[in-house]
Write a protein that binds this ligand. Structure first.
Ligand code: FAD
Length: 297
């Protein structure tokens, strides 16, 4: 398929990349795995003058763990590396599970999590888990960086809080408290190579009594223009005892906050029916994980 001509640069150091991107941010696009970007270019939905390929930047690769700071995943790390990482499996198993569900093996060896969030599709796989973890983004630019909670990253459909010349440098997932867990649930038409019809990331933290909700985060995908946190419902659930009233408030609340549309994957009516079910299952899974950890301790 014919596409508009573009220049191509492949910097070999972060410093080179940052100065090139600072100089050309307005007509350049970062090329990570290219699994979203090249589709948009081929479909003529985008025509950047310059592609800056960051796939060789070793400074942007790797996963590390620090007991105080948590899990750090550099932006150029491939989805397949996240899926397989023992650190991710130990400290953020729901993220490893979401990564394993993205596309095919070939796609996962090309794609990055930074590309997944920067494309900012409301159906993307990793944002609900990152929101449930209350992940912090490290945003880089020439000569500096800033941190941003992921809850402030998605502004609207395909629009993020990145400013001109800024890029996603790393993800930081804080350590989970002892009585807390994250779960991820999705629904697609089939199990593989399918963009989700719906997905949800849930975080649940219990008080010391093991019966009362201390904190909860519900991150909803494909039921609005962006992946978002069901903030009104979260507020209502805090302090509730675990039980049928809690589940009813969670499931009813997320449906009230959702604004799904009909599209090629599902109808709004179907999404409204299923989002409550997925929410309940994700919260039940969190309870199981917390319970299993308590019995093992
Ligand atoms: C066959 C196929 C199946 C797929 N299945 C799924 C699926 O099941 N679930 C799903 O969520 N997605 C799926 N996708 C979409 C895609 O693979 C993912 O969104 C992927 O994570 C994108 O990452 P990438 O590295 O390829 O991004 P790219 O295509 O390289 O970039 C995407 C966007 O992010 C920007 N970008 C990339 N890195 C950075 C950075 N560090 N800082 C700032 N901007 C950046 C780019 O400029 C571009 O605008 C699929 C795609 C294909 C082709």
């Amino acid at each position: 398929m014919h596409c508009e001509p573009f220049e191509y640069e492949k910097p070999v150091s972060l410093r080179e990349f940052e100065s090139l991107y600072a100089a050309r941010a307005d007509d350049a696009r970062i090329l990570a795995g290219g699994t979203d970007l090249m589709v948009l270019i081929k479909e003529k939905l985008l025509a950047p003058r310059l592609l800056i390929d960051i796939s060789d930047l070793h400074e942007l690769r790797g996963i590390s763990w620090d007991p105080r700071q948590g899990l750090t995943i550099m932006a150029g790390t491939k989805i397949a590396e996240i899926e397989r990482s023992t650190l991710v499996k130990e400290h953020a198993p729901a993220l490893a599970y979401a990564a394993a569900n993205l596309g095919s093996n070939q796609v996962r060896w090309m794609a990055t999590m930074a590309g997944n969030i920067c494309h900012a599709s409301p159906a993307a796989e990793t944002p609900p888990v990152l929101l449930a973890h209350d992940c912090e983004l490290i945003i880089g630019r020439q000569g500096g960086e800033r941190t941003l909670p992921i809850s402030r990253f998605f502004l609207s459909y395909r629009k993020t809080a990145l400013e001109s010349g800024e890029y996603v440098k790393a993800f930081r997932l804080p350590p989970l408290p002892a009585r807390a867990a994250v779960a991820y649930r999705f629904k697609g038409l089939r199990r593989a190579m399918e963009i989700d019809m719906l997905n949800i990331g849930a975080y649940l933290e219990l008080c010391e009594d093991g019966q009362t909700v201390s904190d909860v985060r519900l991150a909803m995908g494909s039921v609005g223009p962006t992946t978002y946190r069901a903030a009104v419902t979260e507020k209502k659930l805090k302090g509730m005892p675990i039980g049928e009233d809690f589940f009813a408030a969670a499931c009813g609340g997320v449906v009230q906050e959702a604004t799904p549309i009909d599209d090629v994957r599902a109808s709004a009516e179907y999404r409204n029916r299923v989002i409550g079910v997925l929410t309940r299952r994700a919260l039940e899974e969190c309870l199981e994980i917390i319970g299993a950890r308590r019995s093992a301790a």
